[in-house]
Design a protein around this ligand. Structure first.
Ligand SMILES: Cc1cc2nc3c(=O)[nH]c(=O)nc-3n(C[C@H](O)[C@H](O)[C@H](O)COP(=O)(O)OP(=O)(O)OC[C@H]3O[C@@H](n4cnc5c(N)ncnc54)[C@H](O)[C@@H]3O)c2cc1C
Length: 409
């Protein structure tokens, strides 16, 4: 019985990721799965304290990956959490993302510097994904498309090859591995172009299906007794007025681009293709471009535009992304196009996220810029620790809303 019901749930979920799906269908899927989990007492990993005085009523403003991950983590620890968001999930930056969990390649893009607070947070978060993804899956009863298969970093010139060699050395210094793949094998077995000069396999860089994740986090939160309210809020009082019986004890501000301290909205455009035979199963990175295979689509991205005349999609940019991906994986040329989209990455003045405390009742988690998916579990853990008054995490001051770079803006 359970197997056939689970199968029918998975079918529902497959429907929920179809491209023309409406918000109403997503909500119906969530409600049905939540009802199933309650009815059949799906086992949940709840690390809640049994002491009821420990249980706090928490409001979260924003149901992107950051707000929902914080809400999920707090609910998992036994708190009563309500997440507020009046927006359309398909307009969030989290929906626009490619789902890469890429601490090593991000380090490469930023000059290979090791030892920065952001670098350490990134590797810490990638490690947390290994338990966070199964927890979301278990509590929600929904797959999140997490894969710990390595990522392939491609060099197209001797200069890029030297850059990847430096990355490999830097990774070794901090205890991570990366291996060169035989070039002939990469061309014949992985479908890469003969233009490829060298391929480095990054064992620390993985992926998750960010769209499935958003749905699973909402469902998981509900299964843990939390709620998602379709309303924007601007204050703790708003939350208490809209959120039911008793006032909230604390609020987490996680409104992405709409949050205090976010000074840059960097536009990213991407497209998705229908899966085709013979494609690499791994994420492929080349310069600032990437190819991210999912079971139902192949994502190609992304632009990074600090200035732009409009926030939407522009056909020339999408065409350029498509052509550059085909130069690396020629088999993509025949793939049917599914969709293209754009999103705005929320950035702070120093490009590091803002994770901290305004007061003992107000917390903030925002400005995750290029890495909100990667950083979601570490952000959630740090915010939940702060709410519970635990000692501060390593290098917390580097992400504080009171750090000089942010406080003086
Ligand atoms: C093309 C592209 C590709 C990307 N790829 C990756 C990737 O592969 N890996 C990675 O780690 N990162 C990636 N990113 C970055 C990542 O998407 C972001 O860092 C992340 O989604 C930010 O999440 P968020 O929850 O802060 O913001 P959002 O997802 O934008 O969520 C903010 C939410 O706040 C809500 N809100 C606004 N105002 C209010 C209010 N007053 N009250 C309540 N709610 C409110 C909004 O409706 C929204 O739902 C990518 C970004 C882009 C654009």
């Amino acid at each position: 019985m359970a197997v056939s019901q689970l199968r029918s749930i998975r079918n529902w979920e497959r429907q929920s990721v179809s491209l023309n799906v409406s918000n109403r269908v997503i909500l119906a899927v969530e409600a049905r799965i939540g009802a199933f989990a309650r009815l059949h007492a799906v086992s949940m990993t709840v690390s809640a304290s049994s002491n009821p005085s420990f249980r706090r009523r928490i409001a979260v403003a924003g149901a992107g990956v950051i707000g929902l991950s914080c809400a999920f983590e707090l609910a998992r620890r036994g708190h009563a959490v309500t997440c507020f968001d009046g927006g359309d999930v398909r307009r969030t930056t989290s929906w626009a993302a490619a789902g890469m969990i890429a601490p090593a390649y991000e380090m490469y893009l930023h000059g290979g510097e090791t030892g920065s607070a952001l670098n350490e947070l990134s590797f810490e978060s990638a490690r947390l994904w290994e338990s966070f993804a199964p927890a979301v899956r278990q509590v929600s009863g929904m797959p999140v498309g997490y894969s710990n298969a390595p990522t392939l970093a491609v060099a197209q010139s001797s200069e890029q090859r030297a850059g990847l060699r430096a990355l490999q050395a830097a990774l070794r210094e901090i205890g991570h591995t990366a291996y060169w793949i035989d070039r002939e094998r990469a061309i014949s077995r992985l479908g890469l172009s003969a233009r490829v000069d060298a391929v480095l396999e990054l064992t620390s860089d993985h992926q998750v299906d960010n769209r499935r994740l958003l749905t699973a986090l909402r469902t998981g939160l509900r299964n843990l007794g939390g709620a998602v309210v379709s309303h924007h809020i601007g204050s703790l009082e708003d939350a208490s007025r809209l959120g039911g019986s008793a006032p909230f004890d604390a609020i987490i501000w996680a409104r992405g681009c709409h949050e205090r301290g976010v000074t840059r909205h960097v536009k990213g455009q991407a497209l998705a293709l229908h899966p085709v035979e013979g494609m690499p199963a791994e994420v492929v990175r080349f310069g600032s471009g990437y190819i991210v295979p999912k079971p139902d689509r192949i994502i190609i991205g992304a632009t990074s535009e600090a200035t732009y005349s409009h926030p939407g999609v522009d056909a020339a940019a999408i065409e350029a992304l498509f052509r550059s991906a085909c130069n690396i994986v020629p088999g993509l040329r025949t793939a049917r196009r599914l969709e293209s989209w754009s999103g705005l990455r929320p950035g702070s003045v120093d490009a590091a996220p803002i994770i901290g405390q305004h007061s003992d009742r107000e917390f903030v988690a925002t400005a995750h810029y290029r890495n909100g998916i990667l950083l979601a579990p570490a952000t959630a853990q740090r915010i939940a620790d702060m709410v519970e008054g635990k000692p501060s995490s390593p290098r917390a001051e580097s992400f504080s809303p009171d750090r000089p770079a942010i406080a003086t803006v």
